[in-house]
Design a protein around this ligand. Sequence first.
Ligand SMILES: [Zn+2]
Length: 509
Amino acid sequence: MRALHRSIPITLSLLGLFLATPVLAQYEGAEPPPPRATAGWDAIDVKTCSAWLRRLASKQFEGRGTGQRGYQRAAEYMAKQFKDMGLEPCGDENSYFQHVPFARITMEPKKSFLRVGKRGTKLGIKDGVTFEFGHGEVKGPLLVLRANGRDAKLQDPSVLDGQVVLLVGRQLLRSPLRDQIDASKALAVLTVTQRASRTPSREATRLVMATDLRMRARVSEAAARRILSASKLDPTLADTPKPGSVESKASEELIRFTIGGSRKDILVPNVIGKLPGSDPKLRDEVVILGSHLDHLGKRDKTIYYGADDDGSGSTALLATVKAFTSNQTRPRRSVVFLAVCGEEMGLLGSRYYTDHPIFPIEKTVAELQMDMVGRNEHDPPKDYAKDNVDTIHLVGSKRLSMELHEIILDCNRHLKFRFEYDQESVYTRSDHYNFAKKGIPVSFIFSGFHPDYHQPTDTVDKINFAKIVSTARLFYLVAFRVADQERRIRVDSGPLATDGASRGAEEGR
Ligand SMILES: [Zn+2]
């Protein structure tokens, strides 16, 4: 699960409150599994799951940080499990990897400049420019956007393409305009801030998805006035446009934006495998089961093991692979297993997948995400671990397909999880969200927060393995049903449907 930018106040130390793991994976009152799924159901157990997770959350894999060697080791391990269990490769060059391009950039602010107009008015860090992001040099016409408020939006976002955008306005952080800029082909974005930045430009190395490498800087109002004058535009910044509106002004003058430093390109894999469907007419449709393989990795000498986040979901994913491949009876549609990178950096691996889908989006019937499924929620004073041995959160399933939601409830007859629905605020915080944005019905299963969330203490000894097994069994049944039923599940608007996905419950940006 990706972190919110503001930190979550988990301060209590509660060692010793973890309960002994119950032996049975189903809970009281559960019915036996449906006959067609029994072979797969029986193939999954606590022993196998604990062996997988002990490996995924081991010292050797160093917390699986995207771009770090521990992640690469974990990805190779996952791919080998996929292969050994009999999944078909469906990644790049018939491998189990979809390579996501990343760039490691080191910025040198002292070698970074803006140059404006024919006379080449030059501005650097001393002139109130904070170089935030990027590498190299771009040159293009200046487009000044003045906007006001969270509803600000351009009628035609294609005006941004090929421009160096100077953005002036208030409360734009979560506005549709910001999303339009992010999605555009603008060369660079300069954001005007009222005060000079408190965090000055400094040399820093950052890993970014190469497709996101747009140059960015913040400029003070004084610097913005100099840019506007040099571009032969009105340099006053006093009057703001009316709420929700955007005024744009183009300049003939070119602006050159240079960020000095170095760039190294690397590829980080998503791991992907396929179980082909049994029906030649339906097997080009897919149901995706997903987890994120990455965690926070090694920082200085500290390993963030990420046993629960999301070693548990990746273990459950392997368990669903085992269940499907152990059953002679296969569903009609294909089932795809996807463990992504870059989740903790902002859902990057899944965004790359949904922007570069291996199976067409319109053929993707549903995505079922397992992220943090191995703990008993402990978040006092609301929740205590002892009360949460058999609880799990169901998130997002009431938004895009009520039929999917009903299927999950029905499959739960065989598990008897106590579902909780009080964590809809995490809807935007794991990889399913990128699928939901494309209109694909999703369900996200999540066992809840605990004091070890995003701490080096998220270790394997605290895991409730029975819960991982139960999660895998539940989503195995759900994926089986969705992949096997005659008619594709309906996409509708559930009671929690939101328009578009970009804002709504968004808290983390
Ligand atoms: Zn996380």
